[in-house]
Design a protein around this ligand. Structure first.
Ligand code: NAP
Ligand code: ZN
Length: 348
């Protein structure tokens, strides 16, 4: 077994604290990665605080992982020692069902194995995530990292990047379309950069007046303070597509009314309480409300290559792991510009 140092939430809502554990010895198709950086996703907060229920503790969060390959099993083909590699939200799936066969492992009909807060298919062992100095992952779930990008700022692409890239592609966002991004946090700021690179006219909805200038710098063509009903109304019936990244309960009907006829609104933010939805919000204008979960491995690689080509990374604030509890509190207050990334050297 491989000895690993990390940080874990010992029980729901308890602060994260140092935690030592073991990773499995390499199987023939495994890659061992020395983790250099790990992004901090709001899903880490939801799960470490057990806001979605069914959490398993102790929990080592982290699913925006980048680092260096230090060992490979004898059947590994696409990675060698010394390569950069990334791991996102999944570490396994059946790779045999209809969804897996279509490259959509995140919708694996037998359930994918999450990078943390999940259980291995082989022996039911709990999975531990990227707030740690090493991880062992089967090759199929490792990603190649473009060499031209800043490694720490690539980490958030493994969740925030793919979670916004996938719906933009699935709903065929293209040049000239009017695209709304609700919430300018980790996911939201990636949605802005990606939709801009795809040629869309990007409009940001934020509750934070302090983010208006940043939103423009990140690639928004217009910024709306979502509490200002006059500003909101002036965009009625005009959007082709809206992606909602907000982590807390809020009114979806308000945004649905901004869609043009046949427009799509897609939820990626996952608040802990169900929304109130009026049928009329959808009936009027034949509008559609959907959802989207991260993205498959093939599409994650496509997103990383797209970011390499367009020079897109996350705007990050680097923290030592000892500041993780403070970072969680700041994230809940929308006080992060725009993704915390843990420097794993701080674990040493
Ligand atoms: P984040 O960095 O905290 O960003 C969330 C943003 O939502 C905040 O920056 C804030 O933006 C806005 N917001 C927060 N509270 C609000 C409130 N009460 N009312 C209105 N707006 C509010 O979080 P994140 O990491 O981007 O994650 C966002 C959500 O996506 C989380 O629920 C997370 O679990 C979920 N998620 C889903 C997937 C998926 O596969 N679907 C993947 C990853 C994460 P402004 O300051 O601009 O208003
Ligand atoms: Zn995430």
């Amino acid at each position: 077994m491989i000895k690993v140092k990390g940080f874990a939430a010992p029980q729901p809502k308890a602060p994260l604290a140092p935690f030592s554990f073991e990773r499995r010895d390499l199987r023939d198709n495994d890659v061992q990665i020395d983790i250099q950086y790990c992004g901090v996703c709001h899903s880490d907060v939801h799960q470490a605080r057990d806001e979605w229920g069914r959490g398993t503790f102790p929990m080592v969060p982290g699913h925006e992982i980048v680092g260096k390959v230090v060992a490979v099993g004898k059947n590994v083909k696409n990675f060698k020692v010394g390569d950069l590699a990334g791991v996102g939200c999944m570490v396994d799936a059946c790779l045999d069902c209809r969804s897996c066969n279509e490259g959509l492992e995140q919708y694996c009909e037998n359930g994918f194995v999450g990078t943390y807060n999940s259980h291995e298919k082989s022996d039911g062992a709990p999975t531990y995530g990227g707030y740690s100095n090493a991880i062992v992952v089967r090759e199929e779930f490792c990603l190649n990292i473009p060499k031209n990008l800043d490694l720490a700022a690539v980490a958030p692409l493994l969740c925030a990047g793919i979670t916004t890239y996938s719906p933009l592609r699935h709903w065929k966002v293209d040049k000239g379309q009017k695209v709304g991004v609700v919430g300018l946090g980790g996911l939201g700021h990636m949605a802005v950069k990606l939709a801009n690179a795809m040629g869309a006219h990007v409009v940001v909805f934020t509750t934070s007046p302090s983010k208006v200038e940043d939103a423009k710098r990140l690639g928004a063509h217009e910024v709306i303070i979502s509490k200002d009903m006059e500003q909101m109304k002036s965009h009625s019936n005009s959007f082709d597509f809206i992606i909602d990244t907000v982590s807390a309960p809020h009114d979806y009907n308000l945004y649905l009314s901004l869609l043009h006829r046949d427009g799509n609104m897609v939820l990626v933010g996952l608040p802990d309480k169900p929304p109130e939805l009026y049928a009329g919000s959808l009936i009027m204008g034949r509008r559609k409300l959907g959802g989207s979960l991260i993205g498959g491995i093939k599409e994650t690689q496509e997103m990383l290559d797209f970011c390499g080509k367009h020079n897109i990374v996350s705007d990050i604030e680097m923290i030592p792991i000892q500041k993780i509890n403070e970072a969680y509190d700041r994230m809940v207050k929308s006080d992060v510009k725009y993704r915390f990334v843990i420097d794993m050297k701080s674990l040493a």
